[in-house]
Design a protein around this ligand. Structure first.
Ligand code: AHR
Length: 331
């Protein structure tokens, strides 16, 4: 339901008009005139604030869906719990929002609540991750990353770097059942299957956070000396936790030591990459606000939005980076 925003014309506008010599043409009715504008109400249900990427993603959404741009934004932080996301969607339905934007924490468990949104006639746009539902019409569009394509960049780098050498990998997974985890894990596991010289020493669950990654990595390293070549971290914050643990246990990260691979490529990660502690940073672009707005504007104009919109992404090694380049990055 569009909300009507009443904007009283500012005295400053009248003052400006008088300076332009138009004051004589402004009658008293115009003095009290009010501008009216329909706001598009968008309910956004964010996963939480588990990572630097997530914070940048929330900022990108908040920067676009402003009153100035014609929107009323209702923003819910689900604190990494699916039940909170489901409650938030039900609240948005009661509030009769025009659009629901969902960053789903996991892929499964959405059929009922999305059916409720569909029955209420509210289009749902998946952002960042997506969902696995029986009826694809339960959501209108997905705007996010191609997580498998990201992981393929990491695999290609490992192939090029190690050739026929043995590669022992510690794999730190993100939040289980999230699209980001499923895509990045699938591609790695398939690549390990396809390479006789690659093996996964252990798979740990870092839940996309630094403290959890540090904790599971410390627990693994405390079992004794490990012959680790690569630590494949499914996001930057996991990489920071893993590096902290590795260094505490006497390992070197970088040249001649453990190669840390990270996904997201936020500024701190790129700085660590330039310093040589992170070997490969695969970009996951959090700046999705404008792409989401394009979908909403297409729908507002009566058009059909693209089913999938992927952000452009690339990967970085130390050689690709300079301090100036990192400083200019938006996240
Ligand atoms: O879904 C995107 C992932 O979720 C990002 O890689 C990670 O940092 C975030 O928490």
């Amino acid at each position: 339901m569009k909300r009507r925003l009443i904007i009283p014309l500012l005295a400053a506008t009248l003052l400006l008009l008088s300076l332009w010599g138009c004051a004589g043409q402004t009658d008293s009715a115009e003095d009290t005139e009010e501008a009216e504008q329909d706001l598009i109400v968008v309910g956004v249900c964010q996963v939480g604030a588990e990572s630097d990427w997530r914070v940048a993603n929330s900022e990108s959404i908040k920067a676009v869906f402003t009153e100035e741009n014609g929107y009323e934004l209702l923003f819910e932080d689900a604190k990494q719990k699916q039940e909170n996301q489901i409650s938030a969607i039900r609240k948005f339905i009661q509030q009769k929002v025009d659009y629901i934007v969902l960053m789903p924490i996991s892929e499964t468990g959405w059929d009922s609540v999305l059916q409720e949104a569909k029955d209420a006639g509210i289009p749902v746009i998946m952002v960042d991750r997506t969902v696995d539902v029986e009826d694809e019409s339960l959501y209108t569009a997905h705007v996010g990353s191609d997580f498998e394509a990201e992981a393929e960049m990491a695999v290609a780098w490992m192939e090029e770097t190690y050739g026929d050498d043995q590669v022992n990998i510690v794999h730190i997974r993100g939040t289980l059942d999230s699209t980001a985890q499923l895509g990045r894990t699938k591609v790695l596991e398939e690549a390990v299957e396809a390479h006789d010289n690659w093996s996964i020493l252990t798979q740990l669950d870092g839940d996309f956070t630094q403290p959890k990654s540090y904790e599971v990595m410390c627990e693994y390293l405390s079992r004794g000396d490990q012959d680790i070549h690569v630590v494949y971290c499914e996001n930057d914050n996991e990489a920071y936790g893993a590096i902290e643990a590795l260094e505490e246990y006497g390992y070197t990260c970088g040249e001649g030591g453990v190669a840390v691979i990270s996904f997201d490529a936020t500024k701190t990660c790129l700085t660590l990459c330039l310093e040589g502690k992170i070997a490969l940073a695969v970009e996951c672009n959090p700046l999705l606000g404008e792409l989401v707005e394009e979908v909403i504007q297409t729908l507002e104009a009566g058009g059909t939005a693209a089913r999938e919109t992927y952000a452009e992404e690339r990967c970085f090694t130390r050689e690709d980076l300079t301090e100036a380049f990192i400083a200019e990055r938006a996240y």
